[in-house]
Design a protein around this ligand. Sequence first.
Ligand code: TXA
Ligand code: MG
Length: 347
Amino acid sequence: MGEGWGGGERMISRGFSNLMKEMDAILHAAEIITRGGIVAFPTETVYGLGANTFNPIAVARVFEVKKRPHFDPLIVHVASQGDLKKLVSEIPSDAKKVIEQFWPGPLTIVLLKKEEVPEIVTSGLPTVAVRMPRHPMALSLIERVGFPIVGPSANPFGYLSPTTAEHVRDQLGDQIDFILDGGPCEIGVESTIISFSGMKPKLLRPGGVPLEEIESIIGQVEINPRVEDKPLAPGMLPRHYAPRTPILLDWEDKNFDFKRDKKIGLLVFQEPRWSFKFHHIEVLSKKGDFREAAANLFAAIRRLDELNLDLILAETIPEVGLGRAIMDRLRRASAKELPIDEAYRSD
Ligand code: TXA
Ligand code: MG
């Protein structure tokens, strides 16, 4: 009996000391951001690279570290409706409805910005993208600093987003001030982005909240808006979220001629259906669950990318629910590189 009790005590104290470590790390991260530094932080979608929204020099460093073009605006992260009011003056009724339903969570909304939001954050656009993440460490961090923080995904521009602290460490570790480790991200694909700045709500990027769920609240949402002279979202660049190894999609019906001497990897949704001896196979969800597949997507592509393969073959999955975001990322990851101005040319 005594032993059981003692064991419980040890467990409680271990949990408590972890919590203290977490709190310490959050306070440390908050202090760095307050002083104008940049910190990677966990969200439920992917890791973000945080800085003070209202400190243009800190924000400029975020662009520099990511090698992100300055025409590509950042998402601002808030912890309350009060924070949102620091960024925008008007919230249309449809936007209010989705906020009510999906915040905190993987939904970003684009609204007309207040003058106080620095131009560098929005790349000179009259709008600002805002989201309230639901990861407890992200929320504590924003609450602690007391102002909204910018948070592009914590990866070099164009590469896959990080879903663990190690992913961030591997690619940006020596260039940033601190990494707040919150374990693997629960959702694994970035937030859904909806713009409310025009006449009708527009989907700018499919993501963690399925489009169907948003439409069930506010009715039909426009999709695939035309890319004007500025990108509405760089996620709209043909090639994005891409590994170094070429990825091929839509090969299944094409009688693809596998070359025996090539190192080919396979990325499948549920189970491999091909007899070819692949160098390595990644299965996104054995039980065929889209949520699990989304959560595993970027880490699985990274593992394949580390094997120096000649090619990765990826299976297509149905574009419903989270399948839309997964296929969007796979398509962009598999697109051929285009010169940047060509990628942005309006049609
Ligand atoms: O899940 C997420 O959204 C993650 C986590 C860290 O919160 N963040 C993220 O940020 O994916 P980033 O910077 O990698 O992608 C932001 C997207 C870009 O496609 C950008 O063009 C778009 O948001 N965006 C930002 N401001 C915009 C605006 N004013 N109008 C249209 N698109 C905007
Ligand atoms: Mg990104």
